[in-house]
Design a protein around this ligand. Structure first.
Ligand SMILES: C[S@@+](CC[C@H](N)C(=O)[O-])C[C@H]1O[C@@H](n2cnc3c(N)ncnc32)[C@H](O)[C@@H]1O
Length: 296
């Protein structure tokens, strides 16, 4: 990876804040169990979602597990979340396996999702969350086991599922070729020894959720839309976020002469990075959110 992934996830926070579908979020609020629910977030990264849900009054008490395959990110999440809490005047205490945020006990679990689902130490959850994650796994293989982690009547909220459309504006003659190759790379990706992605995860989730016995009760788009303001600057750290997307494309396609020639790719990236530096680049990614209940 040619960029700082923790900084990328932190920079993504404001982009996700705008993108998360409010109709689907309202359904999550309606379905959310009262009291002190046990929440499991898979592929939780830095933990920005638990911070958001505290801010938005969706979570407050109970237990919230952050599960991720990247130990370094989980280590960074303790510091990131306690800094976040300090900035809001929220009481936080570091604990051996996580931290306390006000009345919410946050536990960090280092595991790969497929292995976790096959293992003996799975925790049952009232609420299951996956944000910008299901497009990184083999959904038909993973979804049934994932939904089995929910108690009867439990709730899922699967958000920011990529759905086959990335747009950069202004247009460039090589856009279609680059995006076709990028999508092919997603479709063929293997991580942790397993198939790991589908460039059309979003639209296919309607079917996968129905087949798994947990059809969506609410669905809607959650597109990332990033552009500079009138003064030419991007909000927050969003220029870094878009730069990281460009680096992801570079990492995926560099050396794949059969898909995009290196001179073409370098030229395309140079134009996009110049436009980003000048505040002229608009980036849009189409994604979908879903909420529903456990099977049965
Ligand atoms: C795009 S990031 C999203 C992180 C976080 N949900 C967010 O929106 O900020 C994807 C996260 O999923 C994790 N991940 C990807 N594949 C995984 C797997 N098979 N098992 C567990 N974690 C995984 C990565 O380590 C990464 O932290």
């Amino acid at each position: 990876m040619t960029f700082d992934y923790a900084r990328y996830l932190a920079a993504k926070t404001t982009v996700d804040d705008r993108a998360l579908n409010r109709h689907v979020l309202a359904e999550l609020r309606r379905l959310m169990p009262a009291g002190a629910p046990r929440v499991l977030e898979v592929g939780a990264g830095l933990g920005t979602m638990v911070a958001r849900l505290l801010d938005w009054g969706v979570a407050g008490a109970g237990e919230y597990i952050l599960l991720d395959a990247d130990r370094q990110l989980l280590d960074s999440s303790r510091r990131w979340l306690s800094d976040w809490a300090a900035a809001r005047g929220l009481r936080s205490d570091l604990l051996p396996d996580g931290l306390q945020l006000g009345d919410l006990r946050v536990r960090l679990v280092h595991d790969e999702l497929g292995g976790y689902l096959e293992g003996a130490h799975r925790a049952m959850a009232d609420v299951l969350i996956a944000n910008a994650v299901l497009d990184l796994v083999d959904v038909p293989a993973v979804l049934p086991g994932l939904l089995r982690l929910l108690v009867p009547g439990g709730v899922y909220w699967f958000t920011i599922n990529y759905d086959g459309e990335t747009i950069f504006e202004p247009g460039h003659p090589l856009d279609d070729q680059v995006m076709r190759a990028y999508h092919r790379d997603m479709d063929e990706r293997v991580r942790y020894g397993r198939p790991a992605g589908d460039s059309r995860t979003g639209r296919r989730l309607f079917h996968h959720l129905r087949v798994a016995g947990a059809p969506a009760l609410a669905a809607g788009s959650s597109d990332w839309v990033v552009g500079a303001g009138p003064d030419g600057s991007y909000a927050g750290d969003e220029a870094y976020f878009v730069g990281s997307i460009l680096s992801t494309i570079q990492d995926a396609l560099g050396g794949r002469e059969d898909r995009v020639g290196s001179a073409d790719l370098d030229g395309w990236l140079a134009v996009r990075r110049r436009q980003l530096a000048a505040g002229e680049l608009v980036y849009i990614a189409h994604q979908l959110d879903f909420a529903g209940r456990s099977p049965g």
